[in-house]
Design a binder for this molecule. Structure first.
Ligand code: SF4
Length: 858
């Protein structure tokens, strides 16, 4: 089978993938982002390309419609809203999942032809603070460095970045570099100890939002110890004196760190010229995110440690095409091609190039504001493209209500039933990864092709074509007559060439004669180019700006809720949730809570916890661990209303944003916590798809169907009927077993002698080999064995999945460790764990440590 060279659709690392229509997935050894590596998510891509749950036809309301009817309606409704209420009465909400060509066309339609800048994107949730910080410091939104710097650095400082789980291949590149050069140092600055901390020589357990104070302290230290590059700052940097003065006003106790930890970090940074500071959502998703970015950039500018091999600040972007979206202006405060929306000359140049009837004249609504405008009635027509804001935005329940308030809502998506598509009036089927063609840009400015290796299913069409067809129906056909994505890309490159009179970083001339079909991964402005070592910046005077920043007031709230990602899931699980291999790693929405906080709340391991605030409520499984500090909680952001009844964490996050970037503060919410005491807990394994139907329910895919962790406040009168209901069965041969001593109930449903569902219920959290129960589904295992939680072969319980590639569980690994496999490599030799994608290696190391088993040197 011939394999197609394409790019992973998940994170901003932008790994090259070799993919086949039979589901074969391999890392592309020729791609400079990953050189053949893939993480667990990328390696499981082949399990996500089936058509289950796909939207295959346009829908108007709940009925299937033809493309012409649906597109006519969309164009008419948008045109009508614009005619009656003006251009700012309509909005697009796009996604870092869109390809650059899709983004370009959407941005062109909204800004140049509708005449509003009301196009924003879920990238606002990801890196808007980095964009704003870059622009303040450099004059442009420029990532100065490249991935090779991460390997060439002598010191890597990770700030608010769980790279091991969120950018796993970059983590692996650093881990390999550190293995090859043991003198390389890694510092991890994070309020939470994460899988990434395990690689670090120093974990700096900073207070939430203590970053500005810490980097102001570092700047002061660098000044006090003569570490500034005087020649560089004299010639190329403005604002040094004011910035140092502001830094000196910061109170270092706001960092929450001991003097010893601070000094160790400061000395390491000051004494290591080749330092790269990597930052991501822990910096960006904050009410002071832009200031945090500039506090970091200030230190690099003051020392001239920027744009040289192994030196510089590095923003790791969360989404596969967040960078491409930025390039084509897919944010409400950008124009296109890194041109300025608030610059009349730039606007005119773009309008002339587009030959458009109008051009937006002011910034549009940023994501959180956009949905508040939906709630207030300002937005009359809304088009949501490839994203799920009813789950992913803060105050998600308020956002769902706001969407429902819009008179006309269009969604274009690959999935039929998401929390957001369910709220739309028209659903348009888009092609997904593996079916669509275009380009994406990764965190190091490298443009790679996503290529189709599967036919478009049903009537699905590429986003750029759908948007162009709507534009044509709105009367703008001449400007949207693209035949292929290559046409769009060529126009994007031509716009760059037509606006070279405006000096800026974006330079696409390397793509001027590109062979689009055979385009190899290429960086702009040129391969391996680093910015700013020469001191040439993009402010009008050619200099950089150091920005004085003040640390925010120390929070006294209890509890502070931090949110983030799991290793094996992506965003709202519409794709990764399909993989039975990925689901079991962390199969439930959980909350990490410190042991002393848990004890104070009388919460034990496996109990359920209710989190609550004025925005909403969630019930989550307690994961009692000292990896979070006292007073802090951590919960993942992946669970939707489709996959859980009470695990949607953005029900609790507040729509508080950074005043400059508009990025929401998703990591420092205030919540209360208390023990949730249901009448019964349950575990259900089923052949059929399950729906959340109890006050606590968490649904996950398994190798034999589906599973649900359950809990409810009322005990059912009839367990037989309750099990049938929960399993979505109307009939079946039902066997019920009750233990009078404990009240535990076990129920099996069979059809033609085959087990199709098993329920285990108890007044305590259910202790059971989940994998044994799951493996009984679809088999003729004797009922008594199945109800006893035994497989026919009575195989040992492997425990919770640690290695997704080889499905190796915790119990298997512990057994191997106690039999002498006392290193990550030895565990790999015995169990294969960690020997494919390597994403679980940090957890293997942690498991050896937590199990109090002495680790052998590797
Ligand atoms: Fe995909 Fe993993 Fe690479 Fe990110 S690190 S692009 S998720 S394979």
């Amino acid at each position: 089978m011939s394999l197609t060279k394409t790019t992973c659709p998940y994170c901003g690392v932008g790994c090259g993938v070799l993919a086949g229509s039979d589901g074969t997935i391999k890392g592309d050894p020729d791609h400079p982002a990953n050189f053949g590596r893939l993480c667990s998510k990328g390696a499981a891509l082949g399990e996500t390309i089936d058509l289950e749950g796909r939207l295959l036809h346009p829908k108007i309301g709940r009925r299937q419609a033809g493309w012409d009817e649906a597109l006519d309606l969309v164009a008419a409704k948008f045109s009508m809203a614009i005619a009656e209420h003006g251009p700012d009465s309509v909005a697009f909400y796009a996604s870092g999942q869109l390809l650059t060509e899709d983004y370009y066309v959407a941005n062109k339609l909204m800004k140049g032809f509708i005449g509003s800048a009301n196009i924003d994107t879920n990238s606002r949730l990801c890196m808007a603070s980095s964009v704003a910080g870059h622009k303040r410091a450099f004059g442009t939104d420029t990532v100065p460095g490249i991935y090779a710097d991460l390997e060439e650095a002598d010191l890597i400082v990770l700030v608010g970045s769980n790279l091991a789980w969120c950018h796993p291949v970059l983590y692996q590149r650093i881990a390999s570099a550190k293995e090859a050069r043991p003198d390389m140092r890694v510092v991890n600055i994070d309020p939470r100890r994460t899988a990434t901390s395990d690689l670090a020589d120093l974990h700096v357990q900073i207070a939430p939002d203590g970053d500005v104070a810490l980097f102001n302290g570092l700047l002061t230290h660098l000044d006090d110890h003569g570490s500034f590059d005087q020649t560089y700052t004299d010639n190329h940097v403005n604002g040094l004196a004011e910035t140092v003065a502001a830094a000196r006003a910061s109170n270092l106790s706001d960092t929450g760190l001991s003097a010893q930890d601070r000094t160790t970090f400061f000395n390491l940074w000051a004494n290591t010229p080749k330092v790269v500071t990597i930052y991501s959502q822990g910096v960006n998703q904050s009410a002071c995110g832009t200031d945090k970015v500039n506090a970091i950039l200030n230190c690099h500018l003051a020392t001239g440690r920027i744009g040289k091999p192994g030196m510089g600040p590095f923003s790791a972007t969360g989404q596969p095409n967040a960078m491409g979206g930025r390039e084509v202006g897919g944010l409400a405060n950008m124009l296109a091609n890194h041109l300025e929306l608030n610059n009349a000359d730039h606007r005119q140049a773009v309008q002339v190039f587009w030959e458009s009837p109008t051009i937006c004249s002011k910034a549009g609504l940023k994501a959180v504001d956009l949905f508040q405008a939906c709630a207030s009635g300002q937005i009359k027509a809304l088009w949501i493209m490839s994203t799920n804001p009813a789950v992913s935005l803060p105050d998600a329940d308020g956002v769902a209500t706001a969407i429902a308030n819009v008179p006309f809502v269009v969604t274009s998506d690959i999935i039929e039933a998401t929390d957001t598509t369910m709220l739309s009036h028209v659903c348009l089927p888009a092609t997904g990864w593996g079916e669509k063609d275009g380009t994406v840009t990764n965190s190091e400015r490298r443009i790679s092709r996503q290529r189709a290796f599967l036919p478009a299913p049903g009537q699905a069409r590429p986003d750029w074509a759908i948007i162009s067809d709507v534009a044509t129906r709105m009367g703008f056909g001449a400007a949207f007559a693209y035949k292929t994505p290559a046409d769009v890309f060529a126009e994007y490159v031509a716009l760059d060439a037509a606006t070279t009179q405006f000096p800026r970083d974006l330079d696409l001339s390397i793509f001027a004669d590109a062979d689009y079909a055979n385009l190899i991964p290429t960086q702009w402005p040129s391969n391996d180019h680093r910015f700013f070592a020469d001191g040439r910046f993009f402010h009008p005077d050619g200099k950089a700006r150091m920005i004085p920043v003040a640390a925010p007031a120390v929070s006294t709230q209890h509890f502070t809720l931090n949110t983030g990602r799991n290793r094996d899931q992506w965003h709202t699980m519409t794709r990764t949730g399909k993989s039975a291999r990925l689901g079991p790693h962390l199969a439930e929405p959980y909350v990490e809570i410190h042991p002393q906080d848990a004890a104070a709340l009388q919460v034990g391991a496996g109990d359920l916890v209710t989190l609550e605030n004025t925005y909403g409520r969630a019930i989550l499984r307690a994961l009692v661990t000292p990896r979070v500090a006292q007073g802090q909680l951590f919960a993942p952001m992946h669970w939707t209303r489709q996959r859980s009844s009470s695990g949607l964490i953005n029900s609790l996050t507040a729509p508080v944003t950074d005043p400059i970037s508009g990025q929401p503060a998703l990591k420092s919410g205030a919540v209360s916590a208390k023990l949730y005491k249901p009448k019964w807990y349950g575990f259900l394994a089923s052949a059929e798809v399950l729906r959340p139907q109890t006050p606590y329910a968490a649904i996950a895919r398994t190798q034999t169907g589906w599973q649900a962790e359950l809990a409810a406040s009322q005990t059912p009168d009839d367990w037989e009927q309750e099990t049938l209901r929960l399993a979505g069965q109307s009939t079946g041969d039902v066997s019920v077993q009750t233990d009078p001593a404990t009240g535990a109930v076990r129920v099996a449903i069979q059809a033609d002698g085959i087990i199709i569902a098993l329920l285990f219920a108890s007044s305590h959290p259910v202790v059971l080999s989940r994998s044994a129960a799951i493996s009984c589904i679809g088999t003729d295992t004797p009922t008594l064995d199945a109800l006893a939680g035994r497989t026919r072969a009575n195989l040992p319980d492997p425990g919770a999945t640690v290695c997704a590639c080889f499905n190796v569980g915790r119990n298997t690994l512990l057994a191997a460790a106690s039999n002498g496999a006392r290193s990550v490599a030895a565990l790999g030799d015995v169990t294969c764990a960690g020997t494919n994608c390597g994403s679980c290696k940090p957890e293997l190391a942690t498991l050896l440590t937590e199990a109090s088993l002495p680790m052998a040197a590797e």
